[in-house]
Write a protein that binds this ligand. Structure first.
Ligand code: 5GP
Length: 205
């Protein structure tokens, strides 16, 4: 049996959805790799270039767009964010699943260009829980919290474009990651992804 390409998996989620914890659980598995995005925003304390993001100047980012080196990109809150194409293609060709943690606009762009991608919206159990999580962190100003909550209303307006919705309940990140693994497992067996099954079966490739 020939090695198959991995799946392109897009995960979006509003602030407080717990994306970081869930994705960290998924990449414990060697079949899942995390795509390190490029961005023009400044690193936050503790963020490391080449680990959290590839931090680029606007000029460098625009040059990459011009050279077709971005699988997708968008401008979000005044900064560019994008997925480096070559790294993504290498991971998929190796047979590993690639996780893109990107916002809604980027997710819609990926789905348009790569209809075979699997798009997942990760949500807190409710808006009230999301608000409680953001306030509980105690790291952001009231103004920032309100901006993030209102951003969520915009993002949810486009939820119909996603293939799946997964809820991340308090203290259940491992179960949430298991839900995503189950989706990926089922998608890997979807008939539309199999090519010519009977030829492969009878020829025993
Ligand atoms: P932050 O600045 O908080 O790290 O990220 C802001 C938003 O940008 C988040 O919603 C995150 O998912 C999104 N984002 C991060 N990397 C990418 C990317 O490569 N492409 C797109 N379209 N969005 C991204």
């Amino acid at each position: 049996m020939k090695q198959k390409n991995g799946l392109l998996i897009v995960v979006s989620g509003p602030a407080g959805s717990g994306k970081g914890t869930v994705l960290a659980d998924l990449i414990q598995d060697e079949n899942y790799k995390y795509s390190i995005s490029a961005t023009t925003r400044a690193p936050r304390p503790g963020e490391v270039d080449g680990v959290n993001y590839h931090f680029l100047t606007r000029e460098a980012f625009e040059a990459r767009i011009a050279h077709g080196e971005m699988l997708e990109w968008t401008e979000y809150c005044g900064n560019y964010y994008g997925t480096p194409k070559r790294e993504a293609e290498e991971v998929l060709a190796s047979g590993c699943n690639l996780l893109l943690e990107i916002e809604v606009e980027g997710a819609c762009n990926v789905k348009r260009e790569y209809p075979q991608a699997v798009t997942i919206m990760l949500l807190p159990p409710s808006f009230a829980v999301q608000e409680a999580r953001l306030r509980g962190r105690g790291t952001e100003s009231e103004e920032k919290i309100l901006a993030r909550l209102s951003q969520t209303r915009n993002e949810l307006a486009r939820i119909g474009a996603y293939d799946y919705v997964v809820y991340n309940y308090d203290g259940m990140a491992a179960e949430t990651a298991a839900d995503i693994r189950a989706i990926v497992r089922a998608e890997g067996r979807a008939m539309k992804r199999q090519g010519d099954v009977s030829r492969l079966y009878f020829d025993g490739e």
